[in-house]
Design a protein around this ligand. Structure first.
Ligand code: ATP
Ligand code: MG
Length: 209
């Protein structure tokens, strides 16, 4: 067989495979008729959970949707995405971004201060979860606030469950418990194969935060 004819038969085989795959994909698309917001959980030990959540923020903003972000982290953390998104023209893009903002708690290690800060942030988040104009709510590192029992689990689950039909919620953090996985529509677990930090490389600005 000449090279040309074997190239041609390879092309034909590829075409047939693609046609078969397209049929399967089209059938899947035809089945997915439900239009509603979903609950997405990014958990696991590997890097990429917050990055993925904020990637979704830019996606939603890119279509002009209203977005609310709450970060259940101690202190006000700088992050590159926030610096960038804060510069978007407010008349064109609607983004609210809140952090727990208990700057001094690393030193005091005061659990009650953390709890109060987490609850104050939750009050804002629960308003967003009740607002039909908000298309996407990101609850970054929510798993810690739940696992430390700063927030009442049943309140959190109820607010997510009764959110507006079109609203999507993205939850991140290590150690997501079964009750969160149960209410989620989509769960991705970031698995750490290796991390530079473990080899003594310092966390890098613009890469890690
Ligand atoms: P990122 O913010 O980079 O998407 P993440 O949200 O998945 O990471 P967290 O568990 O929130 O990770 O960790 C917070 C910080 O620790 C981030 O700066 C992150 O880059 C870094 N980090 C993530 N995974 C690991 C790991 N396996 N070992 C060491 N540091 C990590
Ligand atoms: Mg994170």
């Amino acid at each position: 067989m000449s090279d040309n004819s074997s190239d041609e038969s390879q092309r034909q085989r590829h075409k047939q495979r693609m046609q078969k795959r397209k049929k399967i994909v089209d059938a899947g698309i035809a089945q997915a008729l439900e239009q509603r917001g979903v609950v997405v959980v990014y958990t696991g030990e590997g890097k990429g959970k917050t990055t993925a959540a904020i990637g979704t923020v830019t996606r939603a903003l890119g279509y002009g949707y209203r977005v609310f972000v709450a970060q259940f982290i101690k202190g006000t953390w700088e992050c590159g995405e926030k610096n960038l998104l804060a510069g978007l023209p407010a008349e064109q893009y609607s983004l609210e971004w809140h952090q727990m903002g208990t700057g001094f708690t690393w030193e005091t290690q005061d659990d009650e201060v953390d709890r109060a800060a987490a609850q104050a942030l939750w009050d804002k988040a629960s308003k967003a979860l009740a607002d039909p104009d908000v298309y996407l709510v990101v609850l970054d590192e929510l798993t810690y606030a739940l696992n430390y029992r700063w927030l009442d689990r049943s309140h959190v689950l109820a607010a997510i469950d009764s959110r507006p039909q079109a609203q999507t919620v993205v939850i991140t953090g290590r150690g997501a418990r079964q009750y969160l996985l149960d209410i989620a529509d989509t769960v991705s677990e970031m698995r750490s194969h290796k991390h530079a930090f473990a080899a003594g490389v310092a966390a890098r600005r613009g890469i890690e935060w």
